[in-house]
Write a protein that binds this ligand. Structure first.
Ligand code: FES
Ligand SMILES: [Fe+2]
Length: 411
């Protein structure tokens, strides 16, 4: 099978080492459709939610995987389930709310009734009325449940996949990413809030941006301007298949006299309320942890601003981002307030994320067929581990995974 473009060509790749990207992959509607089948419904795992999203039996939360509406549901038996939000009868959306509690959802169209595992429990007028009509005698409700997804969890984090051939979740993510999720989730999580945002770019531009360590100091001058750029002692990059884990640590308190640990690197501007640059150490010296899970999930801790983000493609040129902000369950009011305040680093009006959204829209708008994108910062390799941020290896790793799943031959 070969990926076809909208003008009936086979997609060809301009370089063998993923240093050149053909820009039609960001704009072509036919390629967008094939990504849904080959990647989003393929043998990959999607970070779909947190146990804290659905703490009680009957709790559900609605999301998307690719363009497919999906519900995460804690059923009446306390099991964690994921199913496609499409009635097995004629395809109406069964759950219409973003979040809520409903142990036995009923489709609004003809009132088929399910449980939180996706099992069909009841069919209106199954035997017709007055011995007329209804379903045939061999109709079995067991054959008409909602389409379910495979679900696995690591600590409080829920992952789902459409594909039974997907490897076990821990194998898929690799030990470094699994270890980091376990470290961050060492205590039960608590939801701080939710946000949603539409960015005017292809979903892959957003993925690249979040694993691109090159642009930070250049684009986000705010960060250094107001003292959010920490004196970093060490950084690391871990790549496992097409996933990336970015980390940075502060010098340990014993290495400094404490006073210079958070120097305000102020420029000519000042914040009226500088408290957004304050905070507390929840993970020891670890100050930045960005896990970019192929294809479209992010698990991000920037200082006290912790979120998982689901990257949801809606068209070749638009992408929705769903944010779940979280902290620990037993934090103080001060710590909870710090998290709420620092959530505004990202999000629709986030100090950092606004700049990303703007520059990504500018990039999307400038793309024409025939363009290529150039990704050779740090060479052409994909080093599995490194101790610096001066490379686009994480972006090349994404494209290597993309070409493999899309079955695009490289020259
Ligand atoms: S479409 Fe859901 S009951 Fe008919
Ligand atoms: Fe950025």
């Amino acid at each position: 099978m070969r990926v076809e473009t909208s003008d009936n060509r086979y997609l060809s790749w301009p370089s063998s080492d993923h240093t050149l990207i053909p820009c039609e992959v960001y704009i072509d509607p036919h390629i967008f459709e094939q990504e849904q089948e080959l990647i989003f419904k393929g043998a990959v795992w999607h970070l779909s939610g947190l146990l804290a999203d659905i703490p009680k039996p009957g709790d559900f939360t609605s999301t998307y995987i690719g363009t497919t509406p999906v519900v995460l549901h804690r059923a009446h038996d306390n099991s964690i389930n994921a199913y496609v939000n499409r009635c097995a009868h004629r395809g109406a959306r069964v759950i219409r709310e973003l979040r809520g509690n409903n142990k036995f959802p009923i489709c609004p169209y003809h009132n088929w009734r399910y449980d939180g595992t996706g099992k069909l429990l009841g069919v209106s007028m199954e035997r017709g009325m007055q011995n007329k009509g209804g379903y045939p005698d061999d109709f079995s409700k067991d054959c008409h449940g909602l389409k379910t997804l495979r679900v696995e969890t690591i600590k409080d984090v829920i992952f789902a996949t459409f594909d039974d051939r997907a490897p076990p979740l821990r194998e898929y993510l690799g030990s470094a990413i699994v270890g980091r999720i376990e470290t961050i989730c060492m205590r039960p999580l608590r939801i701080v809030g939710y946000q949603r945002q539409t960015v005017h770019c292809n979903w892959k531009l957003f993925v690249e941006n979040n694993r691109d360590t090159y642009h930070g100091p250049q684009l986000h001058t705010f960060v250094g301007q107001f003292g959010l750029a920490m004196p970093v002692d060490r950084v690391s990059v871990d790549i496992h298949n097409a996933h990336a884990l970015l980390s940075s640590w502060l010098p340990s308190p014993t290495d400094t006299d404490g006073k210079d640990r958070f120097p305000a690197q102020k420029g000519k501007y000042e914040l009226d309320d500088p408290s957004i640059a304050e905070g507390f150490d929840a993970l020891g010296d670890l100050q930045l942890s960005v896990i970019s899970i192929y294809p479209g999930s992010l698990f991000t801790c920037i200082r006290n601003s912790w979120s998982c983000r689901r990257i949801i493609p809606t068209s070749p040129g638009t992408t929705d981002i769903e944010y779940t902000w979280f902290g620990y369950d037993n934090e103080s009011d001060y710590e909870h307030e710090c998290r709420k305040k620092q959530s505004n680093l990202l999000g629709p009006a986030g100090y950092i994320a606004m700049e990303d959204a703007e520059v990504l829209a500018m990039t999307q708008n400038a793309i024409s067929r025939g363009d290529t994108s150039y990704i050779e910062f740090g060479g052409a390799g994909i080093e599995i581990t490194s101790d610096h941020f001066n490379s686009e290896a994480t972006v090349r790793a994404f494209w290597k995974g993309y070409c493999e799943m899309m079955q695009i031959p490289t020259p």
